[in-house]
Design a protein around this ligand. Structure first.
Ligand code: NDP
Ligand code: AKG
Length: 432
């Protein structure tokens, strides 16, 4: 699913679940419009002396619960609809986790792998120059997403501080630890997803050694969830990246595969050159084939919309764990549900990243550096509580897990909207 449809699809879910969960129409409506969107052209001097322009976006979707928060993506298919959909999902995610942030997302339309490290740094700094008045520790706080990382966050923070002539580490999270980043932020998205799977395994009585898992994507989020699952005994039988995938019934050693992929990185470069399918000799499979494998758990951990109306009927996994944002389009979801396939939704599964980003922001503002074990234990508490709430609402209200997660989040946003003072609230107040 591409283009405007991603956002339309996201809005349709809000409308359908909002009405079904008894959320007031005023609150649902407040979630249908991004509060602010900045599109900017980013001039970047290339290494050959030429000036190139890139398009950058930042969407502050909703700030009812606090300053807006969300990653920045560098990818060749970034567009306005995508950042809006991602900003909406961030809004739901932060509300579900009880984090005092609204939702945002940013992106640059670029194939970052085509840029040299110096060009990438100039692009990252150009993005912040364009957005400098739009972001801030109490306004909108970016973080990493697809094809951005701690190093890029470091450049961005540095540019923001240079423009404003002050120290402002809390303007961005996911920074290098040496620049005020939090311990444990690098693994947080994968660890949060792993904690959710562990809770789900307890509910279903799964034995890790009997569970076969296929993972689409082999970046930050996919690597950490895969290595943690493998350490518990789950068998990762398939894994892929942008160039294709590999399959082995015996399972893969995730750590050595990751180390090999990392070592294929060119000197000082940000992205890995080689694909998993070039690194090891195993049955090569396409990304489409990976999605259709007969496994217990399918983990899409790359891009949105990969399970859509055309391939939904080919999915054979018993459970889908949405580590990526928006991997299952709503049309596909209805078909999967009708076949009894369980979906643990993105707004819960991948919320570990923003949760530890919140911890980073808190540490930056208070001047602390929490030990790794403290970060991990706080993350575990937060993820378990969110999982338990979603599970309970799903059971008691007979909802899907996604519908339950959205209902919890939208009701929390609703309470905040009313507390801000709407007509409804005002009228009630007058009556008392
Ligand atoms: N990083 C974070 O903290 C968070 C990330 N997420 C979500 O998790 C997902 C992955 O993000 P993250 O791990 O950070 O990103 P990374 O940039 O670290 O990794 C992206 C991975 O996806 C692969 N990929 C890219 N395009 C495709 C494709 N068409 N088919 C299959 N694989 C592909 C890349 O392949 P290659 O290696 O070949 O480039 C890479 O392995 C995204 O949906 C993101 O929004 C959600 C919450 C937080
Ligand atoms: O860490 C953050 O602030 C945001 C992470 C993110 O972009 C996401 O959860 O999709």
């Amino acid at each position: 699913m591409r283009g405007q449809n991603v956002f339309e699809d996201a809005l349709n879910r809000i409308k359908a679940i909002g009405a079904d969960a008894g959320v007031s129409s005023e609150v649902v409506e407040s979630l249908l419009y991004p509060r602010a969107l900045l599109q900017a052209s980013l001039p970047v001097r290339m290494d050959n002396g030429a000036l190139r322009y890139f398009i950058g976006y930042r969407c502050q979707y909703n700030n009812v619960l606090g300053p807006t928060k969300g990653g920045i993506r560098f990818h060749p298919r970034v567009d306005q609809a995508e950042v809006q959909a991602l900003g909406l999902w961030m809004t739901i995610k932060c509300a579900l986790l009880g984090i005092p942030f609204g939702g945002a997302k940013g992106g640059v339309l670029v194939q970052p792998k085509d840029l040299s490290p110096m060009e990438l740094e100039r692009l990252s700094r150009a993005y912040v120059r364009a957005m400098a008045d739009f972001i801030g520790p109490d306004i909108d706080i970016p973080a990493p997403d697809v094809y951005t990382n701690a190093r890029i966050m470091g450049w961005m923070m540095d540019e923001y501080e240079a423009i404003n002539r002050l120290r402002a580490p809390a303007v961005i999270t996911g920074k290098p630890v040496q620049l005020g980043g939090s311990l444990g932020r690098d693994e947080a998205t994968g660890r949060g997803a792993y904690l959710c799977i562990r809770e789900l395994a307890l509910k279903h009585g799964w034995q890790a050694k009997n569970i076969r898992v296929a993972v689409q994507g082999f970046g930050n989020a996919a690597y950490h969830v895969s290595r943690l699952l493998q350490a518990d005994g789950f068998k990762i039988v398939a894994i892929s990246d942008s160039k294709g995938g590999v399959y082995s019934e015996q399972g893969f050693d995730i750590e050595s595969l990751w180390q090999e992929k990392q070592s294929s990185r060119q000197m000082r470069a940000v992205y890995c050159e080689q694909s998993v399918c070039q690194l090891i000799e195993h049955n090569e499979i396409s990304n489409e084939e990976l999605l259709a494998l007969d496994v217990d758990i399918l983990i899409p951990a790359a891009l949105e919309g990969v399970i859509h109306h055309e391939n939904a009927d080919q999915i054979k996994a018993r459970t889908i764990i949405e580590v990526a944002n928006g991997p299952v389009a709503s049309e596909a979801e209805a078909r999967l549900e009708a076949r009894g396939i369980e979906i643990l939704p993105d707004v819960l599964v991948n919320a570990g990243g923003v949760t530890v980003s919140y911890f980073e922001w808190v540490q930056n503002r208070s001047g602390y550096l929490w030990p790794l074990e403290e970060v991990r234990s706080k993350l575990e508490n937060q993820m378990k509580a969110a999982f338990a709430r979603v599970w309970q609402v799903a059971q008691t209200e007979e909802r899907s897990l996604r519908s339950a997660a959205y209902a919890v989040a939208m009701r929390r946003i609703g309470k905040a909207v009313l507390s801000h003072g709407t007509r409804e609230y005002f009228t009630k107040d007058q009556e008392q």
